[in-house]
Design a protein around this ligand. Structure first.
Ligand SMILES: CC(C)(COP(=O)(O)OP(=O)(O)OC[C@H]1O[C@@H](n2cnc3c(N)ncnc32)[C@H](O)[C@@H]1OP(=O)(O)O)[C@@H](O)C(=O)NCCC(=O)NCCS
Length: 139
């Protein structure tokens, strides 16, 4: 993802996330140097993934695919690229948090052999409260 993609990617965030990142969060994530990957179809962004690397740990911060392109393998391409880049950058483990009610995403992560490590109760607050499921994958 580069700066010119941010607006386009943020529209996907608004469409797919019931509690989306604010535009400020989205743009400042880019500015602080988080890594990001996009998936394009006909030069248009249809999905993105954002991650940060701390020593040998890679943290999946956000992933989304436009609804009309879901279940067509874009998420899988993003995840495979993410795992590969994380390894190349020296990570040995990937961590993520997902809403417990987001069974689609939990199924998606399980397909890549992510394991459920713990539940963080009432982690998500606001209008759409939920517990967080903490998942990880050794790479
Ligand atoms: C999670 C998400 C990124 C997956 O992207 P995608 O492009 O639909 O995923 P893929 O088509 O590559 O699916 C790969 C595999 O994951 C699993 N999977 C994906 N979506 C699933 C769903 N809705 N229900 C059950 N399993 C699912 C399947 O095993 C699938 O393989 P299959 O289609 O051969 O059965 C997408 O659903 C999304 O953008 N969701 C909204 C945003 C979100 O919840 N992000 C996660 C925040 S933590």
């Amino acid at each position: 993802m580069d700066y010119s993609n941010l607006e386009e990617a943020y529209k996907i965030e608004l469409e797919t996330n019931p509690a989306p990142w604010s535009k400020d969060n989205f743009f400042s994530s880019f500015e602080v140097g988080h890594n990001s990957i996009v998936c394009k179809k006909d030069h248009k962004i249809i999905g993105f993934l954002i991650f940060s690397l701390i020593q040998n740990e890679s943290h999946l911060l956000n992933i989304a695919v436009l609804e009309k392109w879901q279940r067509k393998g874009s998420g899988k391409m993003l995840m495979n690229a993410f795992i590969k880049q994380s390894k190349v950058l020296g990570a040995r483990k990937i961590f993520l948090e997902v809403r417990s009610k987001n069974t689609n995403a939990i199924n998606f992560y399980s397909k890549f052999n992510f394991m459920k490590d713990a539940i963080r109760s009432n982690y998500y607050t606001g209008s759409n409260p939920d517990d967080a499921v903490l998942m990880s994958l050794d790479i």
